[in-house]
Design a protein around this ligand. Sequence first.
Ligand SMILES: [Mn+2]
Length: 420
Amino acid sequence: MITFIHTADLHLDSPFKGIKQLEPQLFDAIYQSTFDSFRELVTQAIAAEVDFFLISGDIYDEENQSVKAQAFLRDELGRLDRSGIPVYLSHGNHDFLGRESLKLQLPENVTVFEKEVTTEMLTTKTGERVAITGFSYPSRWVEERMIVDYPNRNHTVDYHIGMLHGYLEGLNSSEGVYAPFSLGELNAKNYDYWALGHIHKRQQLQEAPPVVYCGNTQGRNPNETEAKGAYLVTLRKGMVPTLTFLPTAPIVWEKETMSLHGCKTLNDVFARIEERMEQHRAISESSVLLSLLFTDIQGLHPDVVKKIEDEEILDGVRQRLDRPFIYLYQLKIAVDTEKELFSFDQVMKESFSKSWTEISADDVFYQQLDNFFQHPLIRTTFPDLKKDRSFKEEVLAAAKKRIVQAVAFEEEEDSEDSED
Ligand SMILES: [Mn+2]
């Protein structure tokens, strides 16, 4: 039997650029959260006496690995070292292998994968032999199918584990620059566990053998919701693998909807908000950054609606910053944008639909994007992009979303970071 930690995407020293406007005490807690989460994970790993510890890429947030983050990592991995726990880590697209002269020396127990796929051997305290295969990103993008270089299962060991920071093909064709792979390719290697990194949303792509994105250790923006942490994994010969999720993030982003059915006055709305926050206080072990999306607002007096829209109600909510805290950072009214926009405005609806048909025609579409396709970078790096029908569909869908949102004066948070 072997036990180990599978983590990835620590993004240490993430600057949390988008939320600098929050009160300083709150920003401080958020800024420290990537560090706090990892420290907690190390503590739990030591308590669980795991055999080894895997970090599948994006340890740091930026290629310019801050000294603060490096010193922190060195200290924390040093705690694992003193507990006799070996660490295997690879660098991902955010923290690709940088200049040696800018690096702090990591403790003896740490093995860092280089840019070529290599296999490390390990014997646990109980004498079981484990092979661990991985690689690090040498640059921001890795278009090669690195999976091709992974060796087939080593038959002289008890367990073979693959570490891979990359994108499962088919999730999104535009992500081909992150060491793409398919589930079939992983399975063909015949390993016992795939410790994936890159996607920040926790998900198990396959039960046996487990193919797992453990997600990041701390949500970094409103779109990275849910509890965050890492997996404690146990593998036994001939037995079903056990994966235990260890929530370690001190702060969790949550988006919830809240029905205002039956609410008429400001007082009704306010009471319902406070009730929800009390519920969180009663059950939550971590701090929560909460966004509430109101539905069923038909009964509300228009002046109350205005006070929601003007953020006057949000300003009035009593926020407490003791730990764990529940902090309400956003109150919004849910809008079915497209439907609301066009249901009462026939002229706009027709004009939109006419323009849409026009731009969707192949000749117009490709003419509009001609400069883009002629760009040297696109021509050389993505020569087949023009033939890719799904590319056209994705561009059109994204454009439609933007237009509808722009017309509705809706400002959505940037979601692009949630999957890297
Ligand atoms: Mn990442």
